[in-house]
Design a protein around this ligand. Structure first.
Ligand code: ATP
Ligand code: MG
Length: 440
């Protein structure tokens, strides 16, 4: 039992992280303070899920904690949090605290430090998140968090209505956890959401988006989406989600796309709800998606729109259309679009009962062809061309100007389509001809 003597043995946490956090707790205990692992890490260990980070709660005031460790980042001293670097890992150490006087259903007016761990656990959102674990493996679980996990149930700590009124983001967190863990929501907690739901409009979209990202990359995003719809929360966000008509085949494809392709799942949701690229550009800005993510998501939808609009189903013209789209949007987006089409086809096969009207919303695409066409392209962007702008200027003995971009574009389209060899001499010769033709 030597290990027991050393302290709790973590089964689902990285050993370096477990060791580093144990050192932090041991140090605090040695100086006469209380300290525990708390929140998500404790819940995940009990559930047998991989522990991603470890938070610590302590009776020590932030300055006292800071003084005990050599590497400290004063993350949120005012709120009682300091970050300690130990064993190469960062740990948030937060003083026992309660929050009071919530303003606008989103932020506490003041934070008061307290000396009792149960008080600290009481301010936390759900019973499964309101547990602490001591060095010796003793559980502090005053609200039945382990029982609720065994029941696979999300339940507010205390009166759900009060807790959701304090911080409306908790409603979204509730649905996120239900979706990611496949848990049900306790009756009173669900009733609380239905009563308090209109206060969601106070919450910054950035906080909501971050919860929804976690939901969408989980094992069952469709369940979360269904709960959002049933609760009415969709329509009550500061920037509401336009979830009016929707195509269930496309929505079903979300769960076929790998969870690592988060943005592809988002794209399917948006297409499934019939949101146009123009609408979406605004929505994603308002929802605080990064520029990079927004551009790639909107790019995919634009590609989809162009395909839906211009595809004839006739192989030669579809191939030319596809090549143009690849050149316009780049091979990365083209590849993602193909993965998306594959997911849609699988969803279609699975949904034998999909209605005719739904089938007609996305035109059937011969994905295998498009994939082959993409593989066959000798060039996918200007940098693949075996001639540079400078080389053309020299060879044709001309000054630069808008003509150069046009000629390069012409060479690119012809080489991509396979009608022109990607060879410097051929390319220069073709450019010379184009310029001569223009003169005549
Ligand atoms: P994840 O595994 O996704 O990180 P988590 O439960 O650790 O889930 P965090 O946002 O990291 O979520 O929060 C850490 C802990 O802080 C939670 O377990 C919970 O105890 C508490 N907490 C977080 N957000 C809230 C909130 N809005 N209201 C009350 N308590 C909260
Ligand atoms: Mg966490």
């Amino acid at each position: 039992m030597a290990e027991q003597h050393q302290g709790f043995v973590w089964q689902y946490a990285d050993p370096d992280m477990a060791a580093g956090s144990a050192t932090v707790i041991r140090t605090l205990l040695d100086h006469g303070y209380e300290a525990y692992w708390v929140g998500g890490c404790v819940r995940d260990e009990y559930m047998g899920r991989k522990v991603s980070d470890m938070d610590i709660t302590t009776s020590a005031l932030p300055e006292m904690t800071s003084n005990l460790f050599p590497h400290v980042v004063p993350t949120g001293i005012k709120h009682g949090t300091v970050t300690i670097i130990e064993n190469g890992q960062a740990f948030e150490v937060t003083t026992y605290r309660v929050e009071s006087g919530y303003e606008d259903h989103r932020r506490p007016k003041e934070v008061v430090f307290v000396s009792n761990i149960e008080e600290d656990l009481k301010r936390r959102d759900f019973t499964m998140n309101a547990m602490a674990l001591g060095m010796d493996g003793a559980w502090v679980d005053p609200f039945g968090g382990r029982r609720d996990i065994d029941l696979r149930m999300i339940r507010c700590v205390g009166d759900a209505e009060v807790r959701f009124r304090e911080d409306a983001l908790r409603m979204i967190r509730c649905i996120r956890f239900a979706s990611v863990f496949g848990f049900s929501i306790a009756k009173g907690t669900w009733k609380g959401i239905l009563t308090v739901r209109s206060t969601l409009s106070w919450i910054a979209m950035e906080r909501i988006r971050s919860e929804l990202d976690k939901m969408m990359s989980g094992p069952d995003p469709l369940r979360g989406l269904e709960l959002l719809k049933r609760s009415g929360l969709y329509a009550l966000m500061k920037v509401p989600f336009p979830y009016k008509q929707h195509n269930s085949k496309i929505i079903a494809a979300i769960s076929i796309v790998q969870s690592s392709c988060l943005d592809l799942r988002w794209v399917l949701l948006f297409i499934g709800c019939g949101i146009s690229s123009v609408q979406l550009d605004h929505l994603l800005r308002d929802w605080t998606f990064s520029n990079k993510r927004r551009e790639s998501i909107v790019g995919l939808i634009k590609l989809q729109e162009r395909w839906d609009h211009d595809s004839t189903g006739e192989p030669d013209s579809d191939r030319q259309l596809w090549i143009n789209l690849v050149l316009e949007h780049g091979p990365e987006i083209a590849n993602q679009w193909l993965s998306m089409q594959e997911a849609l086809q699988t969803a279609e096969q699975q949904m034998i009962e999909s209605t005719e009207q739904e089938k007609s919303i996305t035109k059937s695409v011969h994905v295998q062809h498009a994939r082959t066409w993409l593989d066959e392209m000798q060039v996918k962007s200007l940098k693949d061309l075996k001639v540079t702008g400078n080389e053309l200027l020299q060879a044709l003995n001309r000054k630069g100007g808008p003509w150069l971009g046009e000629v390069l574009r012409h060479l690119l389209v012809r080489t991509a389509a396979g009608v022109l060899l990607n060879n410097k001499d051929h390319l220069i010769e073709e450019a010379r001809q184009v310029m001569n033709d223009e003169k005549e």
